[in-house]
Design a protein around this ligand. Structure first.
Ligand SMILES: Nc1nc2c(ncn2[C@@H]2O[C@H](COP(=O)(O)OP(=O)(O)OP(=O)(O)O)[C@@H](O)[C@H]2O)c(=O)[nH]1
Length: 248
C-alpha cells in the first residue's frame, strides 16, 4: 500500500541489507547502512502522525487505527545516506498495573536498533506507560544499550494538558533517555531532531560494535606483483638452478 510519495511499506522497498537486518551492510557493498526504529506508546498519542511527519514532513490529521505498518526511506544524516526503517506499532495499554504487551509489540521491540516511546501531554495514562515501556525495552534487549528517545507529543494542546512537560523531562532523565517535547501537527524540526539524535546514536554504536569489519576494510589489499616482475624472478630462479646443477 503506497501511502505518500517517497514513503513505502517495507514490501515495496528495495532491500538495504538482508531481511533479517544486516545492520552493517554499508560501506564496501555501497549499500546504505540500515537503521531500524520502533515507535511505541499508548493509543492515540500520535505515533502514526509522528512517523509520517518524520518521513514526509507532512502532518496528516487522521489515520486508521494502526495495525503496525513498517515504513522505510533513505535519508541523509550528517553526510551519510542511511536506510531508515520505522515500525509503527499498535497502541498499548496497562492491564492490572502491568503492561498489556502482545507478541507483535515484543517482536517489534526485539527487532529494533532504537526505540521512540511516545506519550501525549493531554493523556496522563499514556505518560504512566512510559516507564513500563522503557522496562520492556531493557528486558527484551538484555545487556544491550538500545538507544531510547522519549517524545512528549501534542505540545500545541497546552490548554488541555494532563501532564506537565517538565515531568516528562524528569522521568526521561531518570531513565537515561533523551527527551523531546514536540507538536507533530505544528513543528517538523523537533520531530526531525528526535529521530536524528536516535539515528546518530545507532550509527555510532554500529560503527564501534564491528571493529573486525572495520579493521579488515582498513587493511590495504596486498598489491599483486606485476607480470614483468614475476618473469624476472622466474628467470633468476631458473638460472640459479642451472648454475647449481652445472657446479655439481
Ligand atoms: N493537536 C494535535 N493533534 C495531534 C498531534 N499528533 C497527532 N494528533 C492527532 O491525534 C490523533 C491520533 O493520532 P495517531 O497518529 O493516529 O495516533 P496513534 O498513536 O498512531 O494511534 P493508534 O493507531 O490508535 O495507536 C489524530 O487525530 C491526530 O491528528 C499533535 O501534535 N497535535
Amino acid at each position: 500500500m503506497r501511502l505518500v510519495q517517497n514513503m513505502c511499506t517495507i514490501a515495496e522497498y528495495p532491500q538495504a541489507g538482508s531481511a533479517s537486518g544486516d545492520c552493517c551492510s554499508g560501506g564496501a557493498s555501497g549499500r546504505p547502512r540500515l537503521i531500524k526504529i520502533a515507535v511505541v506508546g499508548a493509543s492515540g498519542v500520535g505515533k502514526t502522525a509522528l512517523v509520517v511527519r518524520f518521513l514526509t514532513k507532512r502532518f496528516i490529521g487522521d489515520y486508521e487505527r494502526n495495525a503496525g505498518n513498517l515504513y522505510s526511506r533513505q535519508i541523509q544524516i550528517d553526510g551519510e545516506m542511511l536506510a531508515i526503517q520505522v515500525q509503527d506499532t499498535p497502541g498499548v495499554q496497562i492491564h492490572e498495573h502491568s503492561l498489556d504487551c502482545n507478541e507483535q509489540l515484543n517482536r517489534c521491540i526485539r527487532w529494533a536498533d532504537a526505540v521512540v516511546i511516545v506519550f501525549s501531554i493531554t493523556d496522563y495514562k499514556s505518560y504512566e506507560l512510559l516507564s513500563h515501556l522503557h522496562q520492556q525495552v531493557r528486558q527484551l534487549h538484555p545487556g544491550n544499550r538500545v538507544p531510547v528517545v522519549v517524545v512528549a507529543n501534542k505540545a500545541d494542546l497546552l490548554h488541555i494538558k494532563e501532564v506537565e512537560p517538565q515531568h516528562g523531562l524528569q522521568l526521561a532523565n531518570m531513565l537515561g533517555c533523551t527527551f523531546y517535547e514536540v507538536s507533530v501537527s505544528e513543528n517538523y524540526n523537533d520531530v526531525f531532531n528526535a529521530f536524528h539524535v536516535l539515528c546518530k546514536e545507532v550509527s555510532k554504536q554500529q560503527i564501534t560494535s564491528t571493529p573486525e569489519k572495520r579493521r579488515t576494510s582498513l587493511i590495504p589489499r596486498p598489491k599483486s606483483p606485476n607480470m614483468q616482475d614475476l618473469k624476472r624472478r622466474f628467470k633468476q630462479a631458473l638460472s640459479a638452478k642451472v648454475r647449481t646443477v652445472t657446479s655439481v
